[in-house]
Design a protein around this ligand. Structure first.
Ligand SMILES: Nc1ncnc2c1ncn2[C@@H]1O[C@H](COP(=O)(O)OP(=O)(O)O)[C@@H](O)[C@H]1O
Ligand SMILES: [Mg+2]
Length: 325
């Protein structure tokens, strides 16, 4: 097992050989826009710093990190952060059956993602880090400050050169955000990631669902993206939809259109696709009397409804659902 100084401060920049001049250009073939963020992530990782990405869901945090890691050829261990991520799941554990036969020997220890990343000198990529239990977070803090983790009956496992923690989180997540201690922030570089502009969101849907986007046509695709963006500052909504909602809307409209032998951009098709794709993603504000479906219909009328404010015969009339087209 290779070992190195605990915090790798003395490593010369770029000595992994992974951060060559063509790297940014290669990443840009996979990630729409985000030039500034990509540069920042590449610089932080080339400098071998731990990195925290903060931003709402669907803003491309995972896409950015995966693309950088894959194009730079750095191995990475992916961990979904949630309340079940115990220290044992992160670190690994002795195989109980093998322990009965052979005792606590290192050969029967099954490495978890943290130990694999430490030994291989790769990235440990933790999604939604603010959701992990406090004791698991403490393991990560110890690794970041000591450069090693001590596993009972196995002993210390030191970090190989190249190990870095990269974490993503939604700062507006209701679950436990406050627990991200100053100790974590103090050991990481931090990048805030916000929503992209509408041109880039149109391109993202185009990249994620090229056939569906093409079948909708560029005008309707633009309206789909504008509709989804409008959910983010609608007065009746607490939570709007990310670009994932626009991707789903396009994909569902394409399938519905072909089932009904209609154009995917047909108003009846886009309305049902919008309800399917968005009504579960958006959250109505406490105190608002409206339903999610009602708000989706309103926005659909504004962005995708037929030009004349005629009621769609397929849609049951609802109070409060008029006059917005
Ligand atoms: N900049 C981007 N370039 C290409 N695809 C993107 C970009 N941003 C988001 N996406 C697409 O949007 C979806 C959500 O992105 P993701 O990276 O998972 O967001 P996050 O991790 O912030 O929740 C994915 O399907 C992804 O392919
Ligand atoms: Mg993600």
């Amino acid at each position: 097992m290779a070992s190195s100084s605990s915090d790798q401060d003395n490593a010369a920049p770029g000595t992994d050989g992974a951060f060559d001049a063509g790297l940014l250009a290669r990443i840009q073939t996979r990630v729409v826009g985000r030039d500034r963020e990509l540069e920042a992530v590449v610089a932080a990782l080339a400098a071998r710093r731990h990195l925290l990405l903060e931003g709402p869901p669907g803003t491309g945090k995972s896409t950015i990190l995966r693309s950088v890691a894959e194009e730079a050829g750095i191995g990475f261990e992916f961990v979904e952060g949630n309340a079940e991520l115990t220290p044992a799941r992160l670190i690994g554990a002795f195989d109980p059956a093998a322990v009965l036969a052979e005792g606590y020997s290192p050969e029967v220890f099954v490495d978890g993602p943290l130990l694999r990343a430490l030994r291989n000198g790769s990235l440990l990529y933790v999604e939604e880090i603010n959701r992990i239990p406090e004791e698991t977070l403490n393991v990560l803090i110890t690794v970041m400050s000591e450069g090693e983790v001590h596993v009972p009956r196995l002993g210390p496992v030191r970090s190989s050169s190249g190990f870095r923690l990269v974490a993503a989180m939604n700062p507006f997540d209701a679950v436990g955000t406050a627990r991200i201690a100053a100790a974590v922030y103090d050991r990481c570089c931090r990048l805030a990631v916000g929503y992209q502009d509408s041109d880039d969101e149109v391109r993202i849907v185009d990249v994620a669902a090229p056939l569906a986007a093409g079948s909708l046509g560029s005008g309707t695709l633009r309206s789909v993206v504008d509709l989804v963006r409008a959910t983010r500052d609608h007065p009746d909504l607490r939570t709007g939809s990310s670009v994932r909602g626009a991707i789903d809307l396009a994909l569902v409209a394409a399938e519905l259109g072909s089932l009904r032998e209609q154009e995917p951009s047909d108003p009846g098709v886009t309305l049902d696709a919008a309800l399917l794709a968005l009504s579960g993603r958006i959250r109505v504000r406490e105190g608002s009397s409206r339903s999610a479906e009602d708000v989706v219909r309103e926005l659909w009328e504004r962005f995708l409804g037929p030009p004349v404010a005629a009621a769609d015969p397929g849609v049951p009339a609802e109070p409060g659902n008029s006059g917005k087209a």
